[in-house]
Design a protein around this ligand. Sequence first.
Ligand code: 3H9
Length: 708
Amino acid sequence: MSAFRSDITNGVAVITFDLPGSPVNTISTSVATEFGAVLDEAERNPSVRAMVLISGKRDSFVAGADIEQFGRLTSQAEAEAMSRQAQAMMDRVEGLLKPIVAAIHGACLGGGYELALACDWRVATDHDKTQIGLPEIQLGIIPGAGGTQRLPRLIGVRAALDLILAGKSERASKALRLGMVDELVPPSTLRATAIHAAQRLADRGASERRPGGGIAGALLDRTPIGRRIVYSRARQTVLKKTGGHYPAPLAALEVVQAGLEHGMPSGMREEHRRFGELAVGDVSRKLVQIFFATTALKKDDGVEGAAPADLPPVRRLGVIGAGFMGAAIAGTAALNARVEVRLKDAELERVGRGIKSAIRVLDDRFKRRRLSKPEHARLSQLVSGGTDWSGFRRADLIIEAVFEDLDVKRAVLAEVEQETSGHTVFASNTSTIPIADIAGESSRPEQVIGMHFFSPVEKMPLLEVIPHAGTSDESVVRAVRFGRRMGKTVIVVRDSPGFWVNRILLPYMNEAGVLLAEGVPVDLIDGVITRYGFPVGPVTLLDEVGLDVASKAGAVMHQHFGARLEPAPVLQRMLDDGRQGRKNRRGFYRYENGDKKGVDETVYKALGVQPLDDAAPTMVEQRLIYAMLNEAAMAAGEGVVRSARDGDIGAVFGIGFPPFRGGPLRQIDDLGPARVVEVLHGLEIAHGERFKPAAHLVEMAERGESFY
Ligand code: 3H9
């Protein structure tokens, strides 16, 4: 079956791209060959004056090169050839003797947008689904089909670098403002507008665009000195952001620069050369694995076998507890799942504050122009609240975000069961309390589940869904699907203390506490971890989470796991000194006007230590990272996560484990379980039993197994 069909309307060949058997259009070798033949024919046909390229898929134009192909690349030369071929495809489009217009609806990404860039004119729909950009950097590669060359020439070097180096995609309205597309239309008129544009171009025979960017554009984008300033700033930003761990953004910058300073052919050569190098590199391999893991999770309902049929979606959500977490859950649900949300709290004043802060989530989107004014108004109206149970009877899902205390949560559940109908699923947003304990006295335990959100809810991409042994499949599927509608990547984890994310985080945080108690300086600890690739170090994290909260979580884990997870005494010393972290502006760091400043040097006195000046960074890194790897192996061995994939995604999205390392389980595979066991043995001898290698890891090492 062919990926293209062509029909002629008033002298315009409308070429519809509809890749058989695939949910989205992607570009591969065979597609490129076939497309070439279609273009040849349209060019030869005397009754064709111009062309339109449109997609036959419902909500996507072209999603880029076929990412599956990357995994099959065996050499740099092969990857380079792939890019050269894609460049040739786009050159062919650009060199057509008849004008061609891209009619864009839905995802127009990577190679898809590079294809549109090679066209003479771009019409896009003003629909939510339309997103346009070059996300290659997020896959550890650079645009390899001419995007690094055509985009800066179209929209100016500053705007182009801003997009390419961050791997950003834009909604249609912003894309129009930037000049990435030329016209916006409603979906119903896309085809007709594109045909009209094609005819217009055929009549006039020339492109209609002028360079944009105003005076700054003239000075910075269009003079060599101006561009040098732009390159140097971009370089600094990239280095700061990537910490040197991600080679693709710098490569992209150099390729853009080569093209603008030495001409397009030179830029194209650099583009395919660097693409080839990066596509077979380790970082790209890891990021591509994460892409596929995330995509697979979008379809995974979290139960064995098929999900129960005919499960109606959640239409109304109840949230109990209008504090920081509850309000953020309510706001995010209104924003992304677009359901009615009812907030409940004991005092009216708290309800009022909760509704306000829920709506702040929407305000933020509106300010960033991600939400129109009417949308903002409509979504704001979805959030209501009160101190009684009105509105809860019809709720399909209720999430409680009350005080982290078993008796309180049980009392809330008992009341909910009295006040609501039989179909309501009750989810507890707890971070430490076992769900089975909360469900212990429930009259409908099959409808009790955990939904562990991470703070700030509107930003953190992960959600842990935790069924207890008696939770029904139906409740699991409801919670997972709703989490996804809230925009989360959802992993289903076993009901055990700390679940997955906090479980693997805790030993690492504890080890940071032990290091602090030994006098290792705060900034040294955080520094080695950010250099390892985490966004923040464990001491900063303690300040952010709050020392009171961390200490409570630590106590729960200690109680369950015993001496191995005994908290270091530093947290208590900090609390005794009135230090709760950022929340009371007294922690390991100084806070001024809401901003984090340097280390608070008075903290060492509170800790009762002299900061060491000879602590070895490699030793510090090893102790912290291996504490986490060991716990991850142990928890994975206990079946806390359903797969290594879930475990790694949980670590990457939940605690910022460096994506270029793939996740803790992938990291163990890379190091080799035997080597990890060996290092842990050494640490055990030097620092104590808490480093004893997990039995699961030892078995894996003996059997020569790996997680993947
Ligand atoms: C590139 O273009 C390089 C070039 O510069 C140079 C080349 C030389 N390839 O996410 P969904 C599949 S790099 C292969 O569930 P949604 C996906 O796996 C590429 N497969 O839907 C899934 O398959 P299945 C740059 C792809 O509506 C199905 O489509 N492009 C690709 O939530 C549905 O996906 C990108 O980075 C692909 N390119 O989101 C865009 N894209 O059903 C990556 C999708 O069998 N893609 N699939 O599991 C996305 O961001 C989202 O998938 C998209 C749709 C927004 C398109």
